[in-house]
Design a protein around this ligand. Structure first.
Ligand SMILES: NC(=O)c1ccc[n+]([C@@H]2O[C@H](COP(=O)([O-])OP(=O)(O)OC[C@H]3O[C@@H](n4cnc5c(N)ncnc54)[C@H](OP(=O)(O)O)[C@@H]3O)[C@@H](O)[C@H]2O)c1
Length: 238
């Protein structure tokens, strides 16, 4: 399996290193992403992994469709329309999208959903910390945790409280951008006179790269469809 890696930033480089470590073959686009309208590889990949920027989505989907290549996407910051375009694309090729490729976050997401449902009248705050170069806020993972909470509780997000007092049916979402945090997510549940938190800390971005490579190995044999990390973990029994 030859993996085409889209993205040459922190994650793209990390992915190249992790692939080397796992003795997996990789290939890179011929030209820098910002320059060309279309993706091209002189060494044709069997599958694509994208950790780049939402601006690359059109060329990514177009290359995947015309070459019938499965697609693993880890980029965050997509609009709702772009996320829908990714789902539509999955009618033609297998697609696995995850805003976070860590096993810990997947379990955290499930625990947060359970806690939000059980503690149905507790107040909830969502706090995420990332390095200062991160382009989107809140993080894709925070958005994912928020969706999980909103699935069981009708709460409207307010970012950093915007200088206002908390109202009923709201959830505070806080983004810290400083230093070199690879990614920290915390969900705080506050009841009358008690509080508890569910927290995940990534110590390096290597976990995301290894998770994406594992996803690629699994996805290459799937039928067209839209897959989540949970599908891989359930099927592989991880
Ligand atoms: N799913 C996960 O587990 C996970 C984990 C970590 C990060 N991420 C996400 O993965 C993505 C990449 O993260 P990173 O840390 O590698 O970021 P990064 O170091 O900033 O690299 C971004 C990459 O995207 C390219 N790029 C940036 N702006 C662009 C534009 N306007 N048009 C075309 N290409 C552009 C950059 O090209 P240049 O080199 O030309 O700037 C670079 O190759 C982000 O969306 C991040 O949130 C996901």
């Amino acid at each position: 399996m030859k993996i085409g890696i889209i993205g040459n930033g922190k994650m793209g480089i990390g992915l190249q290193d992790a692939a080397l470590e796992k003795k997996l073959e990789i290939t890179l686009p011929d030209t820098p992403l910002r320059v060309e309208e279309q993706l091209s590889f002189s060494d044709q990949p069997d599958i694509l992994i994208d950790f780049s920027h939402p601006d690359n989505l059109d060329k990514l989907l177009s290359y995947s469709l015309s070459n019938q290549l499965p697609l693993v996407i880890g980029t965050t910051g997509y609009t709702k329309e772009q996320l829908q375009a990714i789902k539509d694309h999955a009618q033609h090729v297998p697609v696995l999208y995850s805003a976070n490729f860590s096993l810990g976050i997947m379990v955290m997401n499930q625990l947060v959903g359970q806690a939000a449902a059980l503690l149905h009248d507790w107040q909830i705050e969502l706090i995420e910390k990332h390095h200062s170069q991160k382009k989107d806020a809140p993080s894709g993972t925070a958005e994912q945790l928020l969706q999980t909470i909103q699935h069981v509780r009708d709460l409207q997000p307010v970012h950093n409280w915007q200088g206002k007092k908390r109202e009923e049916a709201q959830i505070g979402v806080h983004s810290i951008r400083a230093g070199s945090f690879p990614g920290e997510h915390e969900v705080l549940f506050a009841g009358p006179d008690e509080v508890f938190t569910i927290k995940h800390e990534a110590f390096s971005s290597r976990i995301f790269a290894l998770g994406a490579l594992q996803a690629a190995s699994w996805l290459k044999d799937r039928s067209p469809g839209y897959y989540k990390l949970e599908d891989l973990l359930i099927n592989e029994g991880v």
